[in-house]
Design a binder for this molecule. Structure first.
Ligand SMILES: Cc1cc2nc3c(=O)[nH]c(=O)nc-3n(C[C@H](O)[C@H](O)[C@H](O)COP(=O)(O)OP(=O)(O)OC[C@H]3O[C@@H](n4cnc5c(N)ncnc54)[C@H](O)[C@@H]3O)c2cc1C
Length: 870
C-alpha cells in the first residue's frame, strides 16, 4: 500500500498493481464477432451491416399464445441489457409473474454492439450508486447463472494532460473518499507501468479506478435473462408489443401480434423504440437516438508480451476511450457537436420498424481527428489495422441521463429508457426500478433520472441541440456551477426575463427555466470564468448577500413548482400527505412528504388560502416529482390537484428594509408587522396589481413572495425597484440565495435531505407534528427510538480561495468520516460554511478537529451551533 502525498499533505491511500502482479485475464469473444472484417480502405464503403443470425439463436420462451394465463404482475417491454436486468430484479424480488416481451431477439437494439465499458466512476454522486450495484452484480452473475459474462477488470484510467484536468481529478477525489469504490490519483510513471503502450508526454496525472473494466453486453444480457427465468420470469422473443391500453382498474392491456396480456405494471425498456412505446400510452418522451462509432483493430504485437490487460483508458482531451480486446484494440471517440449525427428522421417519423440488428454506415471522417490524437498517445494504434468500424444508435435523453421511474400522468407505467450508458447502468438501474415497483417508493435518491424533470418545454429543437451538446462535450471539463448554453432559452421564462437581463442577470438553467444566478454590474467581469475555485461571480454574490442582510434584495422565484389542492377533502389530504401541522387559513408553513419507510420524499411551502383550498410551492427541480407523489396518494380523497407552475410567476423581496419599501410602494401600512405577520398570506393590491403575497423567505431574513401573472411581473418589479432605490435595494440571484440559505441553517431537498435520509438525522423534527396521523409517521417514530448512525451538523470552514459546495469528504485523523451536503461563504462573518453528515460519536466530541477536502487540499473546520436550531 502506498500513501500518496497530494496537495499540502492530503494523503490518498492506494495500491497500484504492476503488470507483473497479474495473470493474463481470460479473454472472451467480442460480441460483434459476426461482423465481417474490413480494412481501413474499405471503411467508407460499408453499408448497413446486418448481424448474422447465428448470434441470435436464442429460443428463450415459447409462443406467448401458448401461455396459460393472460394475466401477470409485470410486463417488461424490451430485451436489451436494461429490460433483462429489470426482469431479473423483479423476479428476484419475488414478483413471480414477470413477463419480458422482446420484439426480435435479446440484445437486438443497442446492446449487441456496445463496447461494454463498465466503470465504478461516475461524476454524479447519486449515479455512482447505480454503477456500484451494476459492477457488484456483474461480479456474481456468472456464479449465479452459469453464464460467463466476459467481465474483465483491468481497471480504468482517466488521463489528465492539462493543469485544469489535474484540478478536475482532485475535484473528483475530494468528492469520492466517502464512497465505497476504490479510486486513486496516479503519476505518469505509474500510468506507464499500467499501460506500457502509452506515450506519457504531456500526461500530468491519472484518475485510476482499479476495479473497472469491460463486459460482454451480449453475454451479460443472456445471463440476466437466465437469472430472470431461474427466479420465475418468462421471456418471449419475436413478440413485439403493438399497443397498450389502460383499463379502468389501472391494469394494462399489452397487445402483441401473438395475443394479449393484462398486467398490473408495464415497464418501457424498449431502447431507441422507447418513444414509440411512450406514444402508445400518450407520452411524448424526450428521447433522441444518435450515432456512436468505435473501431476494432487487428492484432497489436506488443500485447503478446503483456502479463495483464491494460486498463480502459480515457484520453479526455482527445475525447475517446481506448481498451484492449483480446490482442486488439477498441477505440471509441465522442464526435464534436458539429460533427455528430442525430437521428432526426427517427424522431420525426419513427424508427424503421425492422431496425435493430443493423448498424449505420460508418464515417471515419467524423472521427479522424480523435484518432490522430490517439495515434500519437498510443503509437501502437498508429501501426494497427482498423478491421471494423462500428456505428450504432445510442438513445439519449437531453443531458444524457436516463429516465427511470413512474410518470405523473399514468398509474403503473414505468420508464427505463434513454440510456446512453445502458450496459454499465443496466444492473443498478434494474435493481433500483424493481425495488421502487415492489416497495412503492424509490430505494435511494436518484432524482436526476426522474422523467418528471421534462415537460412540453423540452421541444424537438431543444432536444436536438441539447443532445448534440451532451454527446459532443461528453469529455469536456465540467466545472462547478458551469451552465451550458444549448437549447436555451426554452418557453419557460418569467415576465422579467428581458428586464432582468438589462439589469445584468447572468442566467442559469433549472428545469427549463432561466433563473438569474447573479447580477453583473458595471465593473464586474461578465459571464462565467471557469474555475474549480472562487471565480468572477464571487465578489458580486457577496454584494447581493449584503443587500438581503442589511438592506433589501429583490429576486425572481418564478421557477418554483406550484400546485393548487382544492376540494372537500383538501385539508384532510394535506394533513395526511404532509408531516407538519395544517396551517390555519391565511397561514403558511413548511412541510415535508415522508415515505412509508420514513424517508424524506420532498418539501412544500404550504399556503392555506381557504378552509379547503391550498397553494403549494417547491423548488423547480421538484415540480412534477412532488406532484406525482400528491397524485399517487390522493386516490381516497375528494380533491382536485392542479399544476399551476406556468400560470404564476413569483417576485420576492427580503431584508430589513423590505417593510419600508413596501410601505412606500403601496402608500399603506398593509405590510406592517401587525397587519402582515411572518408566515401568513393575503391577497393585496400593489399599485393596481393584484398579488398573492406570502410573508416567507428562505434567506434567514424576513421577506415576501409575491405570486402574480407573468404579464404583471414587470409592473410589480418596477414599482418595488423604484420604491427601493432610496433604500439601496439590489437584485439578487440564486447563488446568493443559496449562500443565505446555508448561512441560515435551512435544509434543502437533494442536499441535506432526500429519500436517503430520515427527517430526524436531517434535523427536520421541528417541522413534524407527531400528534396527527401522516404517511410515514410510524417509521419516523421508530427512527426516533433508534440510535442514529449519522447526524447533520453545521460547520465553519477556514477557506480562502474555494468553498464547499457539497459532497466533499470530511477527514478526521487521516480517515474520511463524513461528507458535506452543501456549503458556501458567510460574507458577513467572512467564513466558509457547510452542512455535513458525520457519525454521532464525532459530533459529541467537543473541540473535534475536522478537515474538509476541497480540490485536493484539506481545510480546517469545526462544528458550530446549527443556525436553524440555535
Ligand atoms: C457503438 C456503441 C457503443 C456503446 N458502448 C457502450 C459502453 O461501452 N458502455 C455502456 O454502458 N454503454 C454503451 N453503449 C450504450 C448501450 O449500448 C445502450 O445504452 C444499451 O444497450 C441500452 O440498452 P437498452 O436495454 O436500454 O436498449 P436496447 O439494447 O436498445 O434494447 C431495447 C430492446 O427493446 C426491444 N423492443 C423495441 N420495441 C419493442 C416492442 N414494441 N416490443 C418488444 N420489444 C421491443 C428491441 O428489440 C431491443 O431488443 C454503446 C452504444 C453504442 C451504439
Amino acid at each position: 500500500m502506498i500513501r500518496v502525498q497530494c496537495r499540502e499533505g492530503l494523503a490518498y491511500e492506494r495500491k497500484v498493481p504492476s503488470t507483473k502482479d497479474h495473470k493474463q485475464a481470460p479473454i472472451t469473444m467480442l460480441s460483434i464477432a459476426s461482423l465481417r472484417n474490413c480494412g481501413r480502405a474499405a471503411l467508407k464503403s460499408q453499408s448497413l451491416l446486418k448481424l448474422g443470425p447465428q448470434r441470435f439463436a436464442s429460443t428463450l420462451g415459447s409462443s406467448l399464445s401458448k401461455r396459460q394465463s393472460d394475466e401477470c404482475d409485470a410486463v417488461v417491454i424490451g430485451g436489451g441489457a436494461v429490460g433483462a436486468s429489470i426482469a431479473y430484479h423483479l423476479a428476484k424480488r419475488e414478483v413471480k409473474d414477470v413477463v419480458l416481451l422482446e420484439k426480435s431477439e435479446l440484445t437486438a437494439g443497442s446492446t449487441w454492439h456496445a463496447a461494454g465499458l463498465a466503470t465504478y466512476f461516475h461524476p454524479g454522486i447519486n449515479l455512482k450508486r447505480i454503477h456500484w450495484d451494476s459492477i457488484n452484480l456483474f461480479n456474481v452473475l456468472e456464479a449465479e447463472t452459469g453464464q460467463d459474462v466476459g467481465f474483465h477488470k483491468p481497471g480504468s484510467l482517466r488521463l489528465a494532460t492539462t493543469p485544469e484536468r489535474v484540478n478536475e481529478i482532485y475535484y473528483h477525489m475530494s468528492r469520492h473518499g466517502w464512497n465505497k469504490a476504490p479510486q486513486w490519483i496516479v503519476s505518469p510513471e505509474e500510468i506507464k507501468e499500467l499501460c506500457p503502450i502509452i506515450n506519457i508526454d504531456s500526461v500530468l496525472a491519472g484518475l485510476y479506478n482499479p476495479n473497472d473494466g469491460h463486459i460482454d453486453p451480449y453475454s451479460l444480457t443472456q445471463a440476466l435473462a437466465i437469472g430472470a427465468r431461474q427466479y420465475g420470469a418468462e421471456i418471449y422473443v419475436n413478440t413485439p408489443v403493438t399497443d397498450l391500453k389502460q383499463r379502468p382498474d389501472k391494469r394494462w392491456e399489452v397487445h402483441t401480434d401473438q395475443g394479449m396480456l393484462v398486467a398490473k405494471h408495464i415497464i418501457n425498456a424498449a431502447g431507441f423504440y422507447g418513444r414509440k412505446i411512450g406514444q402508445m400510452v400518450g407520452l411524448d418522451l424526450p428521447l433522441v437516438a444518435i450515432h456512436h462509432q468505435y473501431c476494432v483493430t487487428g492484432s497489436i504485437p506488443e500485447f503478446k508480451d503483456f502479463k495483464r490487460e491494460i486498463p480502459v483508458m480515457r484520453d479526455l482531451e482527445g475525447s475517446y476511450y481506448f481498451r484492449q480486446e483480446k490482442d486488439a484494440l477498441v477505440v471509441g471517440p465522442y464526435e464534436a457537436p458539429h460533427k455528430m449525427v442525430v437521428c432526426k428522421d427517427w424522431y420525426d417519423k419513427g424508427v424503421p420498424p425492422d431496425f435493430g440488428k443493423e448498424l449505420f454506415e460508418s464515417d471515419i471522417d467524423r472521427i479522424v481527428d480523435h484518432y490522430n490524437i490517439a495515434m500519437s498517445r498510443f503509437p501502437a494504434f498508429a501501426n494497427a489495422d482498423i478491421q471494423r468500424l462500428i456505428s450504432g444508435p445510442i438513445t439519449f435523453a437531453p443531458e444524457n441521463i436516463p429516465l427511470i421511474g413512474p410518470v405523473s400522468e399514468l398509474r403503473n407505467y414505468w420508464n427505463a429508457v434513454g440510456f446512453g450508458y445502458g450496459i454499465i447502468h443496466s444492473g443498478g438501474a434494474g435493481r433500483y426500478l424493481a425495488d421502487w415497483i415492489v416497495d412503492g417508493e424509490p430505494p435511494y435518491d436518484l432524482m436526476e433520472t426522474d422523467g418528471a424533470r421534462f415537460d412540453s418545454w423540452a421541444t424537438r429543437d431543444y432536444l436536438f441541440d441539447k443532445v448534440s451538446e451532451s454527446y459532443g462535450l461528453n469529455n469536456m471539463i465540467m466545472y462547478p456551477k458551469e451552465e451550458r448554453p444549448a437549447g436555451r432559452p426554452t418557453s419557460r421564462v418569467s415576465g422579467l426575463y428581458s428586464s432582468l437581463s438589462n439589469h445584468g442577470a447572468v442566467y442559469g438553467f433549472r428545469s427549463g427555466w432561466e433563473v438569474p444566478n447573479w447580477f453583473c454590474l458595471p465593473g464586474d467581469v461578465p459571464g462565467y470564468i471557469p474555475s474549480y475555485k472562487r471565480t468572477n461571480w464571487f465578489g458580486p454574490v457577496g454584494r447581493e448577500c449584503n443587500f438581503v442582510l442589511n438592506k433589501a434584495g429583490l429576486y425572481d422565484l418564478s421557477s418554483y413548482g406550484k400546485v393548487t389542492v382544492k376540494g372537500k377533502d383538501a385539508a384532510k389530504f394535506i394533513s395526511k400527505v404532509l408531516a407538519n401541522k395544517l396551517p390555519e387559513v391565511g397561514q403558511v408553513n413548511v412541510s415535508h412528504m415522508i415515505t412509508p419507510k420514513g424517508r424524506v420524499y420532498g418539501e412544500y411551502e404550504v399556503l392555506r388560502l381557504e378552509e379547503d383550498n391550498f397553494f403549494l410551492t417547491c423548488g423547480a427541480a421538484a415540480e412534477k416529482h412532488h406532484l406525482r407523489w400528491l397524485i399517487e396518494n390522493s386516490a381516497e380523497y375528494d380533491v382536485e390537484i392542479n399544476n399551476v407552475t406556468e400560470e404564476w410567476n413569483c417576485l420576492a423581496i427580503s431584508g430589513p428594509k423590505s417593510r419600508e419599501i413596501l410601505a412606500k410602494a403601496t402608500g399603506s401600512s398593509n405590510f406592517s408587522e401587525a397587519n402582515f405577520p411572518n408566515h401568513t398570506c393575503q391577497m393585496v393590491l400593489i399599485n393596481g396589481v393584484e398579488v398573492g403575497a406570502v410573508a416567507m423567505s428562505f434567506t434567514g431574513q424576513f421577506g415576501w413572495e409575491f405570486y402574480v401573472r407573468s404579464s404583471d411581473m414587470e409592473a410589480l418589479h418596477n414599482n418595488l425597484w423604484e420604491a427601493g432605490s432610496e433604500f439601496d435595494i439590489g437584485h439578487v440571484g440564486s447563488y446568493a440565495l443559496s449562500n443565505l440559505r446555508v448561512k441560515a441553517g435551512i435544509r434543502a431537498l437533494g442536499l441535506e435531505f432526500s429519500v436517503n435520509t430520515n427527517p430526524i438525522e436531517a434535523g427536520l423534527e421541528k417541522y413534524i407534528d407527531f400528534t396527527k396521523p401522516f404517511i410515514g409517521k410510524e417509521a419516523v417514530l421508530a427512527e426516533k427510538l433508534k440510535e442514529a448512525s449519522r447526524q447533520l451538523v453545521f460547520l465553519n470552514v477556514d477557506t480562502f480561495d474555494v468553498d464547499a459546495e457539497g459532497n466533499e469528504s470530511i477527514w478526521v485523523n487521516d480517515a474520511v468520516q463524513g461528507y458535506t451536503t452543501s456549503g458556501g461563504f458567510d460574507y458577513e462573518a467572512k467564513k466558509g460554511i457547510a452542512f455535513a453528515y458525520l457519525p454521532p460519536h464525532l459530533v459529541k466530541e467537543a473541540g473535534q478537529s475536522l478537515q474538509v477536502d476541497l480540490i485536493g487540499r484539506k481545510y480546517n473546520a469545526k462544528i458550530v451551533a446549527d443556525p436553524l436550531h440555535s
